[in-house]
Design a protein around this ligand. Sequence first.
Ligand code: ADP
Length: 157
Amino acid sequence: MSNIAIFPGSFDPITIGHVDLIKRALPLYDKIIVAIGVNSQKKYLFSLEERLEWLRKVFADEPKVEVGHFSGLTAHYARQIGARYLLRGLRNASDFDYEKTISQLNNIVGEGIETIFLISQPAYSHISSTIVREIIIGGGDATPFVPEALRERFKST
Ligand code: ADP
């Protein structure tokens, strides 16, 4: 039985903080599914297709990473694809407060699914998709925060 984890998120857009977390978690799993959760109540800056395409591009050379998307509950998707672990990152105390409750709920809804947390490296703990979106909307240069493979796309005009 293979050891599969899901790294769920919006990835609107994916940042170097996400990539660092995934790379650090790779030795722990046979496979990591980086999965975009689609929430109909949420407004996104980038389309699902674009976000999926960027994930595929960033992890093109990483055979242990697969890209997916789902609507509905993360815990249900995890069960459906045979993943027993959810991977999440913690940057600060507010991440912790939020994630703690979600992980407790997922453990019940997902019938034993475990959330594994990695603390972000100091060099990445200030980076969030929200900040990157603000820079993009404001016409700034977001390239220092996005993975190398996407830098050309995010150069400010
Ligand atoms: P969500 O919309 O679920 O918050 P995100 O795409 O913003 O999804 O983030 C997905 C996961 O990546 C979350 O667990 C978040 O804490 C983690 N994460 C985001 N940015 C960083 C970072 N700079 N360092 C480490 N983890 C991060």
